[in-house]
Design a protein around this ligand. Sequence first.
Ligand SMILES: Cc1cc2nc3c(=O)[nH]c(=O)nc-3n(C[C@H](O)[C@H](O)[C@H](O)COP(=O)(O)O)c2cc1C
Length: 346
Amino acid sequence: MIYSLLRPVLFSLDPEQAHEFTLFSLAKANKLGLASKPRITCQPVSKMGLTFPNPVGLAPGMDKNGDCIDGLAALGFGFLELGTVTPRPQAGNPKPRLFRLPEVNGVINRMGFNNNGVDNLIRNIQKSKFFADGGIIGINIGKNFDTPIERAVDDYLICLRRAFPYASYITINISSPNTKNLRQLQEGHELQNLLTSIQQERERLTIEHARHVPVALKIAPDLETEQIEHIAQLVLNLGIDALIATNTTISRDEIQGHPLAREAGGLSGGPVFEKSTAVLQQFAHKLQGKTTLIGVGGIDTAERAIAKLKAGADLVQIYSGMVFKGPDLITDSIKACSQFLVSKSY
Ligand SMILES: Cc1cc2nc3c(=O)[nH]c(=O)nc-3n(C[C@H](O)[C@H](O)[C@H](O)COP(=O)(O)O)c2cc1C
C-alpha cells in the first residue's frame, strides 16, 4: 500500500538516486522503530548446515556495502546476501549505469562492482543487530577491476580470508558481465584452478577459525549446455556447497526493439526469468540434489518464486522484482514458498 504511493516518487528520480534514497530511508525507518518484521508463517529450510527461517533471500547488489542490513532484514527475508565486495574500494563504471524498463519489470545495470571494499562491509556486518541475532548473511566476493585476470585468484583469496569469520556462507561471483573478462573464470582450467585454490584455503581457514563456512558459486544465465556440464562436474568433484543460478544476462532477445535494449550491461528482472530458470533446471538435473541450489532471476510474482522451487531450487533470491513490486513481493513470496514446501513435505 505504502509502496504504491511511493513508487511514482521513486520512479521520478534517477534510478541510482532512487536506490540510494530507498536504502537510506529504510535504514532510517528501521532506526526509528518504524520497520517491523511481517508476521507470517514461515517454513524453515535446512541446507549447507544452516537453518534458513524461510527460503526467500535478498540477492546481492542491492546492499553491496551492508549499509542497510537491519532495515532489509525487517522486510522479512530469510537471508541476506551482501556485496559484491572487492579487496580494495572502487568507484565502478561511469554514470549513468542503471536503467529501469518498467514495461517488462526489467533492469539493465553496468555498475562494475562499485563498493567500499571488503573491510568496510565487515565493519557494517559487525555493527548490525541481524548479525548479533544470528541472521544468515552471505558475503559475495569478486575481484578489483584493475587486478589482471591472471591474478584474480589472489583477490578472491584476500576476500575469502577477511569474510570467513563473519559470513554464514561465501559466494564466489564469476558471473558479472560488467567486469572485463570476469566470465572467463567460468571456463575450463581457469574455473578448476580458482575453485581448487578456494577450497584449499577454505580448509586451512576451517581449522584456523574452528568453523565451517559453506562456499557458493554464482554463475551466468548465458551458458552453453557443455559449460553447464563442466561446471556441475567441478562443483561435485570439488565439494562446492551451493550453486547460485543466475546472475544477469547479456542477451537482449527478450527486449528486442526496446529503446534501452542497446544499453550495455546485465539485464535482470522479468526478461531474464525464462533463461535463468532453464539454466537452474539444467543444473538441478546434473547435481541431483547433492549441491544446494539457489534460484534467482526474474522473480516478480510469488508464482515465479514457486516456479524456481519447482525447477529444483532449495532457496530463492530477489532483487529487480522489488524495484517494481515493493516489499509485498517479499511477503507474498515467503507465504507462497512456505506453503509450497509444507505441501511438498506431506
Ligand atoms: C543494480 C544491480 C546490481 C547488481 N549487483 C550484483 C553484484 O554486485 N553481485 C552479484 O552477484 N549480483 C549482482 N546483481 C545480480 C542480482 O544479484 C541477480 O542475480 C540478478 O539481478 C537476477 O535477479 P533479479 O531478476 O531478481 O534481479 C545485480 C543486479 C542489479 C539489478
